[in-house]
Design a protein around this ligand. Structure first.
Ligand SMILES: NC(=O)CC[C@H](N)C(=O)O
Length: 632
């Protein structure tokens, strides 16, 4: 994506099912779990670079011994920083105590971070700021082992404010309004309740307080706690939690908006936000990694018992399609094919834009995430060309000479690496004066491969704000003096805000929205903007279930092509000599390419939870009232 879009988070959970000695013997180190966590987090760095955090739990320790460790960082390279801290500390201890080297029991007793249960997180915030306090995992401490709660999630709730109010209604006094704290305190509240209940039961059965503690831990019904806590949640989430004594869970929203995958054998249980992370780090095949089903929680009891339990009734599955288009790594077997299909399916529109003149067209892509859809586009273009050659040969088979046949077969689809991101330049971009010129050079171009008679087709994953296209890419492409620049977006037009984990909560930032406004103005239809506002305003105090997305009226007046053409016009400027065209994927084709991820609210306004309609209304009102704020 040429626009920097802050998005996503990644979770990583590992539970070692065997005693630590086993890993020392088999893999040469009792720090096996930490090493795996490092890899799992690094392999998800694409999901978040605002911050990273790690927590670990040692099972079965004696009172007085530390059993929970946590490190968080919001430094420039947060994952590196977290593991540098962990490494330093471990090496310090091992250096000071050479006798620990082969003594796993001593390592576990004396060195932090080593343990049997781990939770990691990489963050791009969608709520609050990027302070260290906002970095996951969050920790709710207690002197009772089983009441310690550690939480990390890839999530965004549309109703955090309401959830926060609920806590206050319960008499609580949360010390901050971070969304993760709110969710954690909610789970914490029901955890406390469950513990109380179990304690009463134990008491009735004649257990002493001390005896009751492990019995409570054993009997804790995680599914019940989660079901109570999740009742009013409205959002997209994959929430991972650990309890101090060693239970763990990962719980996914009922529409399956946010992703969560797991793997299990007799040594480990592993959860991550992306499948290939688990495949690579544990060297296991595609089929052995499964999805946590929507509305379900994977529950790992301290005993090692693993179960999948339904927490909430699943709704229609609307897994986020942006995961497939852009966020998740394309190394996933399915995602790789899906991205290629996105490229393939858009070829007809591309051919139309270049009058099928493939001889005078160079195909390229904007690095790096669009590379896979580029391969798909080019394969489809090759098929098209072959078909054309076929037809020609069949039609002219009587007159064809060896030379013309050779000439014909030599014709190829022209592909070049035209745009190269010059990442280093970004750090200079500070001052406002001459900023535009600097920004223009964020992308470098390859000279000498484009002729003035050529079309230049560039595929990108998606176009959000269009700023980089306007300020840099199109300007730099124009220096190559093509006849026409065709920008191809493998995603449809982004028309509506996200409220489920992508930090895209403002309408006026979206180039499609600005284009629609411009068209409304041009055609003297701007009164529709006022009408939409009035309708949104009237719904302000409605229950979420009753709110309708009226913002669709802004787009309803126009065909997608009209909006695309307007976007092209807005991204071009008088000094650009080439004709600029923009093509977006059709929503129907997106669904054909990515059939398992039908969540498309940012393209269609079709939100999978009632809170989504409230958010899009709020976003519109924020725009209309000139408020620069997130809409949830
Ligand atoms: N992208 C995410 O999943 C963010 C998680 C959470 N909402 C935060 O801001 O910390």
């Amino acid at each position: 994506m040429s626009d920097a879009l802050k998005h996503e988070c990644g979770i990583a959970l590992v539970r070692l099912l065997k005693p630590l000695e086993y890993y020392k013997e088999k893999y040469g180190s009792a720090f096996y779990g930490i090493q795996k966590m490092y890899l799992m987090m690094e392999k998800q760095h694409n999901r978040g670079q605002d911050g990273a955090g790690f927590a670990s739990i040692k099972l079965d320790v004696d009172p007085g011994q530390r059993y929970i460790s946590r490190v968080r960082s919001n430094h420039a390279q947060p994952i590196q920083d977290v593991f540098a801290q962990i490494n330093d500390r471990i090496n310090e201890e091992l250096g000071a105590h050479p006798e620990y080297a082969d003594d796993v029991a001593a390592q576990k007793a004396n060195i932090p971070y080593i343990g049997e249960l781990f939770l990691g997180h990489v963050r791009y915030g969608t709520f609050g700021k990027n302070s260290i306090e906002s970095v996951h995992p969050f920790l709710r401490q207690s002197n009772w082992m089983h009441r310690n709660l550690i939480l990390a999630g890839n999530f965004n709730m549309t109703n955090v404010k309401e959830l926060f109010e609920n806590l206050v209604e319960l008499g609580q006094h949360p010390k901050e309004m971070a969304d993760t704290v709110t969710v954690m305190e909610k789970i914490g509240h029901f955890l406390d309740k469950e513990v109380m209940q179990l304690y009463q039961d134990c008491k009735g059965e004649g257990y002493s307080k001390r005896e009751a503690s492990p019995v409570i831990a054993d009997r804790l019904d995680i599914a019940k706690i989660l079901a109570r806590s999740a009742k009013n949640l409205d959002g997209g989430y994959a929430m991972a939690g650990l309890l101090g004594h060693g239970d763990a869970f990962v719980f996914r929203d009922p529409a399956g908006i946010r992703p969560a995958y797991f793997y299990q054998d007799d040594e480990v249980v592993v959860v991550a936000s992306e499948r290939p992370v688990i495949q690579t780090v544990f060297n296991v095949p595609f089929e052995s990694v499964q999805e946590i089903e929507p509305g379900n929680a994977l529950i790992i009891k301290k005993s090692g018992k693993v179960s999948m339990e339904q927490i909430l009734e699943p709704t229609v599955k609307k897994a986020c399609s942006f995961e497939r288009i852009y966020f998740s790594r394309g190394s996933d077997a399915e995602i790789y094919q899906e991205r290629k299909n996105l490229g393939k399916l858009i070829l007809p529109a591309v051919l139309k834009s270049i009058d099928s003149d493939t001889d005078n067209t160079v195909f390229s892509y904007i690095p790096n995430t669009a590379e896979t859809s580029f391969y798909g586009l080019v394969e489809a273009a090759q098929d098209f060309l072959n078909q054309r050659k076929n037809n020609y040969i069949l039609e002219n088979r009587n007159t064809l000479t060896a030379e013309t046949l050779q000439e014909l077969l030599a014709v190829k689809i022209r592909t070049e690496k035209v745009a190269i991101k010059d990442a280093k330049l970004r750090t200079f971009i500070t001052e406002d004066s001459s900023r535009d010129d600097l920004v223009a050079h964020v992308y470098d171009v390859t000279y000498g491969v484009i002729k003035p008679t050529d079309n230049l087709v560039i595929i990108d994953d998606s176009i959000v704000r269009g700023t980089t296209l306007k300020m840099s890419i199109i300007k730099m492409m124009d220096r190559l003096k093509p006849k026409r620049i065709v920008i191809v977006s493998s995603a449809p037009q982004i028309r509506y805000p996200d409220c489920y984990g992508i930090d895209m909560a403002k309408l006026e930032g979206l180039v499609a929205f600005r284009a629609a406004l411009a068209l409304l103005k041009e055609r003297n239809l701007y009164h529709i903007v006022d009408e939409v506002y009035t309708k949104c305003k009237a719904q302000e105090n409605y229950l979420d279930a009753d709110v309708v997305n009226y913002v669709t009226a802004i787009y309803d007046q126009f065909t997608p092509e009209e909006i695309s053409d307007k976007i092209a016009e807005m991204l071009s400027s008088p000094e650009i000599n080439a004709e600029v065209k923009i093509i977006f994927q059709k929503v129907e084709d997106l669904h054909i390419a990515c059939p398992k991820n039908l969540g498309d609210w940012y393209f269609t306004g079709d939100y999978p939870t009632p809170g989504g309609n409230r958010v899009v209304n709020r976003a519109f009102m924020n725009f209309y009232e000139g408020k620069d704020a997130r809409a949830y």
